[in-house]
Design a protein around this ligand. Structure first.
Ligand code: ZN
Length: 149
């Protein structure tokens, strides 16, 4: 099983090679800050399938973020804005956190369905972000030898 460093290294090497080709062939005028942002976002998605491993870095970041969202939403609701959406945010983020607790490795989170659920909404952010995220996620599955399962 490749480590997260291997996944990231392969991702950045392939993206760098593709970027050089795109610039040389004239499909990409220059490497913009938006492009770099999309590439970095894709790097996060390269690690995303291993969110089901309790010791993985992405799991640690996700757990801290979800906990922070839960606490911040409850605090905001209690102190200055009693809006229902804050309660919903707290409930949803704590439910995701709870679901992660029971995730078994290479189950739902390490599959194409989860990748689709996490990638498709990014089209509302930017098509470039979505493409790099999808590439990062699928590359992870390919390196783990699980793209066809
Ligand atoms: Zn994996």
């Amino acid at each position: 099983m490749p480590s997260s460093k291997t996944h990231l290294t392969v991702y950045f090497m392939l993206v760098a090679a593709a970027s050089i080709i795109l610039v040389n062939e004239g499909y990409l005028e220059r490497i913009s800050a938006t492009y770099v942002g999309a590439v970095l976002f894709g790097a996060v998605y390269t690690m995303l399938p291993d969110i089901d491993i309790p010791s993985s870095k992405i799991r640690g970041y996700a757990a801290k973020t979800l906990l922070a969202v839960t606490l911040a939403s409850l605090l905001a609701y209690a102190t200055f804005s009693p809006k229902a959406i804050l309660i919903y945010a707290a409930i949803i983020s704590s439910l995701i956190l709870y679901a992660l607790w029971f995730a078994r490795h290479r189950g739902f989170y390490h599959g194409k369905t989860f990748g689709l659920i996490m990638t498709l909404p990014l089209v509302f952010v930017s098509i470039h972000v979505m493409v790099f995220a999808a590439f990062g996620f699928l590359l992870h599955l390919a390196l783990d030898g699980e793209l066809n399962s």
